[in-house]
Each structure stands twice: as structure tokens, then as C-alpha cells.
Design a protein around this ligand. Structure first.
Ligand code: F6P
Length: 556
């Protein structure tokens, strides 16, 4: 799709729109009645990840038209362009090569040239430096300034400079170095930082400052707080730098800020901030996991990459998932997309996917610079599924929204713990009830059996009806390991890439976040101005808030 201003000018879209009007009220449970092979036809097994997308309002014709849509939108070429290092991040004139990171330890992979140099070689150097550093920290040959081994690592970063590292650490801590406690500080909230620092021993704490730009105010504020904490805790000022490592594309800024060269790691410009773990931001997880398990993580994602590049679209999981997302978003007009992991270790996954999707595809201008006249990214939310069942599933069952969801659960607990079946039982139950609902007749029968009066039944049954026909996609995976997590994250990355191609938008810049940062700097100076001023330079709504803030602070 080169010249079309909108993928919605494509022939396949017109056919999809007609098809949608025909099937939009079809019942999923009837589709199962008609075809007992539906489950088999609408699922994909990729090794130890099984994905069931049968509980959606789609038929074989729907998939056929969606796949046609993918073909006509130029998705095949777009995938090749990304993998071969074309500058598809056009507004920043950068390639997008998190996929190159996954192949760095594979034998004889071809160089991927970006800006005249082999990107894979650059990434290999990053990971090799991380590996050497990890070995020294783990072996205790690189110690704190008073000669003690590091026991605490505190990752200071925000957005993709925290979410990826935090997802890996929270998901895989059971596999990790038991002598290391890893914490995260992202918010500039001084009380929060104080809480985290209080739990650490300054002599044995290593901070990892993660910032691709090395200009993010929140991160630099926390860097300052950490330095002050070390000095206030008795670490000599000249030795403070031995307690800091940093990850940045902006090496000059990091060195100027006092980071020692062999404590400084690169994140390349062709690794997008929200994919930081595939480069220098993999440092904190690597310290936890060690080099071999971190390599497993990379190899899991590599497996997904190979499938994404080579599988025919009809059996290509990220393509199918991305197409179903489009079907929900642009035809059913779903406003949200939720991720509900049943395994607590995956509790950070919804946050990671939220940034991946909303920061990549939360756009309203297409690649030709025109305003789009169709929906792009949904609002992504989620939380651990067991909690969600007791807090927001009510809306999913009886609300007025069609709210597509992903449900994920393991077949085996990470350390062989018993009773993991309870997670799967809840997962499968929710998916079934969301699909089948509960009719008035079923409720009447159920209440009659309880001996409830006719009057009570007539008054309350209506409130108990579950409309059903609510879509869900189920993922079952064998066990959450570093390799499995790499596979899963790559599936979500490519699924969101597919969405962006079909929406004909640039998925790898994030211009929308800059204005807020600049405004915050301006308002901060007004908030911290000591001279009492009741007429700040801000606009009324903000000036009013500034005045109230100051009144609360000074008690006036
Ligand atoms: O403001 C958005 C953003 O740039 C994200 O894309 C990024 O992950 C985060 O802020 C942190 O940026 P940096 O890694 O440059 O500190």
C-alpha cells in the first residue's frame, strides 16, 4: 500500500465492511454448534505456546477477508523492511532493529547495515560488555567502593527504560541470582524513592541509570537523589561513581554526568525506547538472570521472529492476532483491549503491552501526513486476572462495552508448585461464560431450583442475565521461563507492528509526549518560585491550581 491515504480505500476493506454487517450479530456459540472443528481451525500452536482465538465473532470468511486486507496493505514488504534495517521510523530517520538483537548469538547471521555499520555487530558488542560486567558483579570481582560485594541493584528509569527491565525481573526472579535484590525507581516522588533507598545498604548498592536520551527529568532527578543518599550515608563523594552504571544512547551526556566508561552501556538509536531490553536496558535483567538465561530470553524472541518472517499469514500468529485486533477496533468499534495474565509473575505484562501499543499506535496522522478518518490504537489496560475477576469482570459480563481481552495461563508453575490448575479453571470458565452468557430461561430455572418465589424471580432475573457473545483470546503456555517470555514479548511486539501497518501510521516515534514535558518544566519553575506571586504566568486553569497548591503548602 504505497499511495493509498487510507487502508480503508482497499477493496478488502469494502468487502470486510459488507461482511461485518452480515455477521456482526452472529452468536459465537452457534458457530461452535455448526462446526465442531472450530476450536482446531481457530487456534495456533507455536511450540509451548497455544493460542485459541475461536471465541471471537469471526468466521472462516472473516479470516479470509482479513488476510486479504493484510496482503493488500503491503504487510509482507513492511515486515521485510523492518527486519532488513530500512529506516521505517521515518520521522526520526531511524531503522527499527530490536529483531537484530535476538540473532546476535546465532551463528552466521547476515550483517544488517544501518547507517553504514552492522547493527547486529553493534548489539553483540553491547551484550558482550553486559556479559563481562554481569560476570564481575556476580563473581564479586567488581565491588562497591568500600570493598563489599553488591547485593542490591536499583534500576532508575521510566517508561520503556523501566517497563521492560521490570517485566523481566518480576517474571523471572525465581530463576535469578539469589544474592541480588533488584528494585525499581521511576517516579520522581521523593517519598517513593526514600522508601526504596531505606531498604538498601549504600555500601552494597549498585544503581543502573537507564535513559536512552539521558535528558528525562524524572530519571535525572532520581539520579541526583541516589547520589545524595550515598554521600549522606557515608560514601566518599569521589567514590560515588563506583555505585553507578548507566545505559544510554547519549554516551557523552552520561559521561559528563559522572558515569565511568566501563560502567556505561549503549542503547542504539535503532532500538526504540519501548523495546529497550533488546539492548543496553537488558543490563538489569541480565544481572538477575546471568548471561546464559538472558541468552535464552533472546533466543525465545528469535524463534518468534523466524516464524513471523516466514510463516504464511494464515498460520502467522502475530498477523492473525493483529488482524483480529483491527476487526474489533475498526469494525466492532471496541475502544479498549485488556490483558489479563493469570500467573502473578506476569503482572507487569499489561503495563508493558500498554506502552508498546499506545505509544506506538496512539496516533491520528497517517504516513502521508493526513489525518486518519478511522480508529487507531485502543486504550490498553489489564491486571492480574484473579484480581480482575473480583474487580472489573462485572463490566465485561454485563456492561455495555464490547471489550476484547487476552487471557493467559500456564500449564506448569515455575517451580513445580501444585494447584496451578485453579488458574486454568478460572481462565477457561471466564472465557466460556463470556462467550455463552446466561439466558433469562436458564436464570429462571436456576432460581426456581433454589425455591425462590415467582415474585422475586420476576423482579431480579433481568438483572442476572449475561448477554454473552463477549470475545476473548486464550493463551496457554507450558511454563514461564526466560525463553517463553522472550517468545511471548516478541509476539506482542509483532502483533502491534501489524496493527500499525494496517492503520498506515508510523509506530516508532512518540512526538506526542514532548509538549507535556516542556510544560512541566515551565510550571515547575512557577511552583518553586519562592517570591509570593498570585498571578503566575500560566493560563487561568493552571494558575488557579498553582495558587491553591501554594496556599496548601504555606497554610495561607
Ligand atoms: O516520554 C516517552 C519516552 O521517551 C518513552 O518512549 C521512553 O521509554 C521514556 O520516555 C524514557 O525515555 P529515556 O529512556 O530517554 O529516559
Amino acid at each position: 500500500m504505497t499511495n493509498s491515504f487510507s487502508p480503508y480505500d482497499l477493496p478488502a476493506e469494502k468487502q470486510l465492511a459488507q461482511h461485518f454487517n452480515k455477521i456482526k450479530n452472529i452468536k459465537i456459540k452457534d458457530l461452535f454448534e455448526k462446526d465442531h472443528k472450530r476450536f482446531e481451525k481457530f487456534s495456533i500452536k507455536n511450540g509451548d505456546i497455544f493460542t485459541d482465538y475461536s471465541k471471537n465473532i469471526i468466521t472462516e470468511k472473516t479470516l479470509e477477508l482479513l488476510l486479504e486486507f493484510a496482503e493488500q496493505s503491503g504487510l509482507k514488504q513492511a515486515i521485510e523492511d523492518m527486519f532488513c534495517g530500512k529506516k521505517i521510523n521515518a520521522t526520526e530517520q531511524r531503522a527499527v532493529l530490536h529483531t537484530a538483537a535476538r540473532s546476535v548469538f546465532k551463528k552466521n547471521n547476515n550483517p544488517i547495515v544501518s547507517d553504514g555499520a552492522d547493527a547486529t555487530e553493534k548489539l553483540r558488542k553491547v551484550f558482550e560488555k553486559i556479559a563481562v560486567f554481569t560476570k564481575k558483579i556476580t563473581a564479586g570481582t567488581k565491588k562497591g567502593s568500600t570493598g563489599k560485594n553488591f547485593t542490591h541493584v536499583i534500576n532508575i528509569g521510566i517508561g520503556g527504560s523501566e517497563l521492560g527491565p521490570k517485566l523481566l525481573v518480576s517474571a523471572l526472579k525465581t530463576f535469578g541470582n539469589k544474592n541480588l535484590t533488584i528494585k525499581f525507581i521511576s517516579s520522581p516522588d521523593p517519598s517513593h524513592a526514600k522508601q526504596i533507598l531505606k531498604q538498601a545498604n549504600p555500601e552494597t548498592t549498585l544503581f543502573i541509570i537507564v535513559s536512552k536520551s539521558f535528558t528525562t527529568k524524572e530519571t535525572l532527578t532520581n539520579y541526583k537523589t541516589a547520589r545524595k543518599w550515598l554521600v549522606d550515608s557515608g560514601i566518599k563523594k569521589e567514590n560515588v561513581k563506583k555505585h553507578f552504571a548507566a545505559v544510554s544512547e547519549n554516551q557523552k551526556e552520561a559521561l559528563n554526568a559522572g558515569i565511568l566508561p566501563d560502567y556505561l552501556f549503549k542503547t542504539e538509536n535503532f532500538i526504540n525506547g519501548r523495546c529497550g531490553v533488546w539492548s543496553g536496558a537488558g543490563l538489569t535483567p541480565s544481572l538477575l538472570l546471568g548471561n546464559d538465561l538472558f541468552a535464552d530470553f533472546l533466543s525465545g524472541a528469535y524463534e518468534t521472529d523466524i516464524n513471523f518472517k516466514s510463516q504464511p499469514f494464515e498460520k502467522n500468529l502475530p498477523v492473525i492476532l493483529g488482524l483480529i485486533d483491527i476487526w474489533h477496533r475498526n469494525f466492532f468499534k471496541a475502544q479498549t483491549w485488556a490483558i489479563f495474565p493469570y500467573e502473578q509473575a506476569l503482572s507487569m505484562l499489561p503495563f508493558y503491552v500498554a506502552q508498546l501499543c499506545m505509544e506506538s499506535n496512539g496516533k491520528s496522522i497517517n504516513k502521508q501526513g493526513k489525518k486518519i478518518n478511522y480508529a487507531s490504537a485502543p486504550i490498553v489496560w489489564g491486571m492480574p486476572a484473579p484480581n480482575a475477576q473480583h474487580s472489573c469482570f462485572q463490566l465485561l459480563h454485563q456492561g455495555t462495552n464490547l471489550a476484547p481481552i487476552d487471557l493467559l495461563s500456564p500449564a506448569l508453575a515455575q517451580n513445580g508448585e501444585k494447584n496451578v490448575e485453579v488458574l486454568a479453571a478460572n481462565h477457561f470458565a471466564q472465557a466460556e461464560v463470556l462467550m455463552n452468557g446466561e439466558t433469562n430461561a436458564e436464570i429462571h430455572n436456576k432460581l426456581k431450583k433454589t425455591g425462590a418465589s415467582e415474585n422475586f424471580i420476576n423482579k431480579t432475573a433481568a438483572h442476572m442475565i449475561l448477554q454473552g457473545n463477549r470475545p476473548s483470546i486464550s493463551f496457554i503456555y507450558k511454563k514461564l521461563t526466560p525463553k517463553l517470555l522472550g517468545k511471548l514479548i516478541a509476539i506482542y511486539e509483532h502483533r502491534i507492528f501489524v496493527q500499525g501497518i494496517l492503520w498506515n501510521i508510523f509506530s516508532f516515534d512518540q512526538w506526542g509526549v514532548e509538549a507535556g514535558k516542556r510544560m512541566a518544566d515551565k510550571i515547575l519553575s512557577e511552583l518553586t518560585e519562592t517570591k509570593k506571586k498570585n498571578n503566575p504566568k500560566s493560563v487561568d486553569s493552571t494558575a488557579g491550581l498553582i495558587n491553591i497548591f501554594k496556599q496548601f503548602q504555606t497554610g495561607d
